[in-house]
Design a protein around this ligand. Structure first.
Ligand SMILES: O=C(O)C(=O)C[C@]1(C(=O)O)C=C[C@@H](O)C=C1
Length: 380
């Protein structure tokens, strides 16, 4: 029986040959890339890849090896594609992305919409970003705000996308997909919730608590200590405060900001009731123009996975590998179900970069060819 050392010598010999062949193969792929740049052909040829995988698998005789060579060739062809996308960038064959760079947002003259009513966290986020004197109005729902932007009734909307303790605002992701609006900026607002009621209310009077679902989620610890209170979700925390005032019933309270309580005439019954002491919400600034600011450093995109004929795994992995191969730092991924398609998902990815970066163009080119319904949601 051969010793380990002898077997390793044998492996080294084979690996040397494989590395040489790998380089030979990549050199041919380089030529294929040049040809495709000239001929304006797409890099990704799904049918050719499927035929190749079937062919190499047919050349080995057991299932373990069939899987092995399929995996190996999937990687080889993926590397080959990345090399070819690079060629396209080098040849300046990528064209312009349909986004225009701007120096600044005209904050002084802008008309801005937020969701809810006076005292909403969206209003506070809007003031934080646009200043106290901003020309603004409010609408009832996120959908109303997105519609106002799409129709041009407002220049910008300030809308929540994610909370540090309760996670994503799912509806916003669905609306970003549905509307032709784009993210131009973001602002992070510290969010401190109170339990507020009519002046003179005591905790023992309370039977029902109103707030936005996300705010109820962010105050679960406090609310669980009062398990007999019914929790009722409304569209906005400030609208909850307004309702408590309007109904004039001491059995009702709202989870809202101290500011919302004050301007609607409620008394703070319990302050700082969020589960996380550093509770923050990330708001996005949305517009209907495909623009991005000069020093933008983050990009949001969405895409769906291509339809697979037959069982083939790893397609999300394949798509995400475009970030790895282009040295792009992916900072977030969310998935949402695709309406009308059971168990199919749309992915929302945030990553570092600017739409001018060659690496970003390269990754987007690959994703555009290989994913379905790729959309750039903004560079900010
Ligand atoms: O045959 C091609 O068109 C190639 O670009 C080569 C190759 C490969 O590496 O085999 C790479 C990408 C295509 O999707 C298909 C195959």
């Amino acid at each position: 029986m051969a010793t380990l050392e002898e077997l390793r010598v044998e492996l080294d010999k084979i690996d040397n040959q494989m590395v040489e062949l790998y380089q030979k193969r990549m050199n041919v792929c380089r030529e294929v890339g040049d040809y495709k740049v000239k001929a304006g052909r797409k890099v990704y040829d799904r049918q050719r890849e499927q035929e190749k995988l079937a062919d190499v698998a047919s050349k080995v005789d057991n299932d373990f090896d069939k899987n092995g060579v399929r995996e190996l060739y999937t990687q080889l062809m993926s590397m080959s594609r990345k090399l070819q996308y690079q060629k396209l960038v080098e040849a300046g064959a990528l064209g312009r992305l349909p986004f225009i760079q701007i120096d600044s947002l005209e904050k002084d003259t802008a008309r801005v919409v937020f969701q809810g009513t006076e005292g909403a966290y969206g209003e506070a986020a809007m003031h934080q970003f646009f200043g106290e004197d901003v020309n603004c109005f409010h609408v009832r729902t996120f959908r109303d705000a997105m519609t106002a932007i799409e129709e041009g009734a407002a220049d910008y909307a300030v809308l929540p996308i994610e909370n540090s303790s309760a996670g994503p605002v799912n509806e916003m992701y669905d609306l970003l997909d549905e509307f032709e609006n784009y993210i131009v900026a973001e602002t992070i607002l510290p969010v401190v919730h109170t339990l507020s009621g009519l002046p003179g209310t005591t905790l023992t009077d309370i039977k029902r608590v109103y707030s936005k679902a996300e705010a109820l989620m962010q105050t679960t610890g406090f609310l669980n200590d009062h398990a007999d209170w019914q929790q009722i979700s409304v569209v906005n925390t400030a609208i909850a405060a307004q309702k408590v005032v309007k109904d004039g019933d001491k059995a009702q309270a709202a989870v809202c900001s101290a500011y919302a309580a004050k301007i609607h005439g409620l008394e703070v019954l319990a302050d700082n009731i969020n589960d996380e002491p550093d509770n923050c919400t990330r708001f996005i600034v949305v517009t209907n123009q495909k623009v991005y600011l000069k020093h933008a450093s983050k990009i949001s995109i969405e895409f769906e996975l291509p339809h697979q004929s037959g069982a083939q795994s790893g397609s999300l992995y394949d798509l995400l590998s475009h970030f790895v191969y282009n040295n792009i730092n992916m900072t977030k991924i969310e998935s949402r179900p695709v309406k009308g398609k059971q168990w199919e998902y749309r992915f929302f990815v945030d990553f570092d970069g600017s739409l001018e970066d060659a690496a970003v163009k390269n990754a987007l080119r690959g994703l555009r060819e290989e994913a379905t319904n790729l959309r750039i949601l903004g560079n900010y």
